[in-house]
Design a binder for this molecule. Sequence first.
Ligand code: ADP
Ligand code: MG
Length: 252
Amino acid sequence: MANVAALPIMLKSLRLACIGTHWQTLAKKATAERWVPEHYLAELCAMELATREDKRLQRYHKESGLPPGKTLASFDFSALEGVSLQQINALIQNPHWVEQGENLLLFGASGIGKTHLASSIGYGLVEAGIRVKFSSATHMVQELQQAKQNLGLAEALVKLDKFTVLILDDLGYVKKTAQETSVLFELIAHRYERGTLIITSNQAFKDWDYLFDDSIMTVAAIDRLVHHATIMNCEGESYRRKASLKRMTSAQ
Ligand code: ADP
Ligand code: MG
């Protein structure tokens, strides 16, 4: 017969922390309500699974680096043209495109809400249990460049594969040196058909020549990005400018 006194230790070594905390309280309820053994066991398993799921989501939120508060709930679609709430909801609720490693490219002028939108999608996907990493394109390029200098670029790229979705914010602002361009290209080539990229940029494709070293590289990068991609063009008035105008008027 199993040693009942060793139960806490057994649960610990099985890493069933939640069952370890709740089994006694639940046993009282089970006795009072005359549960059959499998009912009791199922309740305990459900508790353990729910706790694990919560922890996993917390971990995914933390590692995502998504900007705080930039969620769909705080996004106002009324002044935005070219992108609708329905479209964004569809991307979140049916993440088929993410499973296929397809990309999403968000274009539009500065202050229009691209970062906020990309982040909202990121939050929605994390909630759906998808691993997301948000990074400014500049920061990502710096990190990869450093990895390249330490002869660890291939490894750094593979490490990013654990994120099903990589959000590169503000691609237009990446400075152009040959080295920066080359790691950016290698990142795009590495993710191609392997993992989703969500990219925001205030530069239309026709201006991307300035992002890469030569036009062959630009064409190759764009080809890979758009091969399986949704492209959204955000139009309207800059929300940032509107918000500061409003603040100025109310301060007068
Ligand atoms: P972009 O990335 O296009 O330059 P941001 O997403 O950074 O613009 O938006 C600028 C600021 O305005 C941010 O604080 C953002 O949260 C806010 N903002 C932009 N568009 C909206 C919107 N439609 N609803 C609510 N806040 C918005
Ligand atoms: Mg932005």
